[in-house]
Ligand binder design. Structure first.
Ligand code: ZN
Length: 234
C-alpha cells in the first residue's frame, strides 16, 4: 500500500512593489534542510542560492526571481518563513544605550507578519542633459549576486544592472540590448554631478521596514532599532 499524502495549506500574496500575485505553501522539511545546510556553510552565495531554490519550490507560478525587485523577494521570503516556522522569530542584536552607554547583545522578538515594505516615490527618470537621460529600475534579486572585486567595481556592476534604458532625442535604447561593457563605458562618461544624481536613486529605494523599540536593561531608555534588509532578520 502506498503511504498517505499530506496536504499542505496554501496562501495568496501580492508582492508590494511589482504587484505580482501568487500562491505559496510553507517550507517543508526538505526545504528547511536546504536552508540549514546553506546557513551552516556561512557562504553568502550559497545562502542566496538556497533562498532561490526554496522560494521556487514553494510558489505556484514560474517566476524568474532575477527579474523581480529584490525587496519583493525579501518580503516573500519573510512571509514564507512566517507561515513555515512561526510568525515570531527571536533575534539577537547588538545594543548600545545612548543614555548610560550600556552595551550588550539583546534578544528581541519580531513578528514577521507585521513587517512592511516602505514604498518610495524615488524618481526613476534621471535627466543628464536637456536631451539625454537614463531610466532606472529597482534592483532585482540578480544584484545580490554581484560579487566582490573592489567596492567601486561592485557599484558600477550594480548600476549597470539597474539601468532600464537610455534615451535621447532620437529614441530609447533598452539596456538589455547592450553589453555590460557598453553600459559601463557610458556611465564612465558622466560628469561627477550627473553620477551623483544617479547614485541618489539608490538612497531612496523601497525597502523592508520594521521598527523595534528596545528598553535599555540598565536605565530603561528606549532605543529604536530599524530592520530594513533580509539579513537583519537572521
Ligand atoms: Zn541605558
Amino acid at each position: 500500500m502506498t503511504l498517505p499524502t499530506l496536504v499542505t495549506p496554501t496562501y495568496q500574496i501580492k508582492l508590494p512593489v511589482s504587484g505580482i500575485e501568487l500562491g505559496y505553501r510553507p517550507f517543508l522539511v526538505k526545504e528547511e534542510k536546504i536552508l540549514m545546510i546553506a546557513s551552516e556553510a556561512k557562504d553568502e552565495q550559497q545562502i542566496l542560492n538556497a533562498l532561490k531554490t526554496v522560494i521556487k519550490n514553494c510558489i505556484d507560478v514560474r517566476l524568474n526571481l532575477d527579474d523581480v525587485p529584490l525587496v519583493d523577494v525579501e518580503y516573500l521570503f519573510l512571509q514564507l518563513r512566517s507561515k513555515s516556522v512561526g510568525e515570531t522569530v527571536e533575534l539577537v542584536k547588538p545594543f548600545e544605550c545612548s543614555e548610560c552607554g550600556h552595551k550588550d547583545n539583546i534578544k528581541i522578538k519580531v513578528d514577521l507578519s507585521k513587517v512592511e515594505v516602505k514604498q518610495s516615490d524615488v524618481e526613476t527618470d534621471i535627466k543628464l542633459t536637456d536631451k539625454v537621460g537614463i531610466k532606472m529600475k529597482y534592483p532585482t534579486f540578480s544584484v545580490s549576486t554581484v560579487q566582490g572585486k573592489d567596492e567601486t567595481e561592485r557599484i558600477f556592476d550594480i548600476l549597470c544592472k539597474c539601468v532600464d534604458s537610455i534615451y535621447d532625442e532620437n529614441g530609447v535604447y533598452a539596456a538589455k540590448d547592450y553589453t555590460t561593457k557598453e553600459l559601463r563605458d557610458f556611465l564612465e562618461s558622466l560628469t561627477q554631478g550627473q553620477f551623483q544624481d544617479l547614485t541618489e536613486f539608490f538612497n531612496s529605494l523601497p525597502s523592508l521596514s520594521h521598527e523595534v523599540i528596545i528598553p535599555c536593561p540598565k536605565c530603561g531608555k528606549e532605543e529604536k532599532l530599524i530592520l530594513n534588509n533580509l539579513y537583519d532578520f537572521f
